[in-house]
Ligand binder design. Structure first.
Ligand code: ZN
Length: 388
């Protein structure tokens, strides 16, 4: 069977076992591809992370009032888990039953290949187009991300680099390609609360203070609090999830423990402030006059990109191929789109269907892969050819 250029490229990337933060040969494959298209390429290595920044157009010159469209992606993948459970080995890139199988097929080597081939086709058809096409590809999106997109964006901002529009290739789609696109993500705030009681014998509760009993009304207050100040049309409400509860008691059934600790996570929207969340928690704890300690860790700020020209172009491209209109959402975990949004760039996330994301037996249908690439190509055309 003859495979297309797109299928071969996606397969080549999947064959690299680039479990975060490893890169293997992914960057070489991508650099080689971009080089053949005459992209100006800069490798940005920050500590353990290799990032690619590349652009094409305007004969390599940076011009003030030119439109720049950036494709944002990552080559790293999450661990495949138990390889025995996979129908096809996770890094074999097997094409079977009209689907490409392997870790990263949807998150997001398939989309990366689709973006590269869309750019390739566009440049070949329109060698003298106006504007710039750019790629920012990191190797650490699934891990801490400390030396990934955020560091590249810092460097680009220092050079006054301007990016008008950005397509993030994260798997946004659910049932069909393009049914959901995203223009923002919630933030993530983690907390660890330790409540102090006093240890004692379970038979003499009058001489101690059981912190588990103290925490029960607090749990219900946490779950019954409304954390949003106002309704938000673009975001789901801010929510808390308690992820763990444990004491200092080591399986001892006749000791009242000294401490109970709660781990929790807030997913918060762009209208909730971190300070307000912290104040809300402190108000509850103060009400019960407890001795406690609380540690906070902000893992991601929320972002929101106002729908503008890019959103219109993306919606139209999806309508053109799919005959339906996508839903604009801000659901799901965080994404590197939040770093690009800081540049004042309009950001839209559009990628593969996410039903096998991070799972055993991740795969992408070949028809989806092709369709995604065609939609990307139409977006490039509509932004760089027809809407100057
Ligand atoms: Zn991803």
């Amino acid at each position: 069977m003859n495979f297309s250029k797109l299928e071969i490229l996606a397969q080549k990337l999947i064959k690299q076992p680039s479990v975060c933060p490893r890169n293997n040969n992914c960057h070489e494959i991508i650099v080689d591809y971009l080089q053949k298209l005459n992209f100006k390429i800069e490798l940005m290595q920050f500590d353990d992370t290799l990032n690619i920044w590349a652009y094409h157009g305007n004969n390599g010159k940076k011009q003030k009032h030119t439109t720049t469209l950036l494709f944002l992606g990552h080559t790293d993948v999450v661990d495949p888990g138990n390889i025995q459970h996979w129908n096809h080995p996770p890094f074999s890139g097997v094409i079977h039953n009209n689907a490409l199988h392997g870790r990263g097929a949807v998150d997001m080597k398939g989309a990366l290949a689709a973006m590269l081939v869309a750019s390739d086709n566009f440049i070949n058809k329109n060698p003298n187009y106006q504007g710039r096409l750019a790629f920012l590809i990191t190797a650490d999106e699934e891990g801490t991300g400390i030396n990934g997109t955020t560091r590249v964006v810092e460097s680009l901002m220092m050079r006054n680099e301007h990016i008008d529009y950005c397509i993030v290739g994260e798997p946004s789609s659910q049932h069909q390609i393009g049914d959901i696109i995203k223009n923002g993500r919630r933030g993530s705030l983690m907390g660890q609360l330790t409540i102090y009681g006093s240890q004692g014998h379970v038979a003499y509760p009058q001489f101690s203070k059981n912190p588990i009993h103290l925490v029960i009304p607090i749990l219900s207050d946490l779950l019954n609090t409304t954390w949003d100040q106002e309704k938000n049309v673009f975001f789901p409400p801010t929510t808390i999830q308690i992820t763990n509860i444990y004491t200092n008691n080591n399986n001892n059934s006749n000791i009242i423990p000294h401490t109970v600790t709660l781990d929790f996570n807030f997913r918060f929207n762009n209208k909730s402030s971190i300070e307000d969340i912290k104040k809300g928690i402190n108000k509850i704890l103060t009400y019960y006059s407890l001795t406690y300690n609380i540690d906070w860790k902000l893992s991601a700020e929320p972002y929101f990109s106002n729908p503008g020209k890019l959103t219109n172009v993306v919606v139209n491209a999806i309508k053109y191929y799919q005959k339906f209109e996508p839903c604009l959402e801000t659901t799901g975990g965080t994404s590197d789109g939040r770093f690009i949004a800081k540049m004042g760039t309009e950001v839209i996330e559009l990628g593969a269907r996410n039903h096998t994301i991070h799972k055993i037996n991740e795969y992408i249908d070949l028809a989806d892969l092709k369709l995604l690439s065609s939609i990307y190509q139409k977006i490039i055309e509509d932004l760089l050819l027809y809407q100057q």
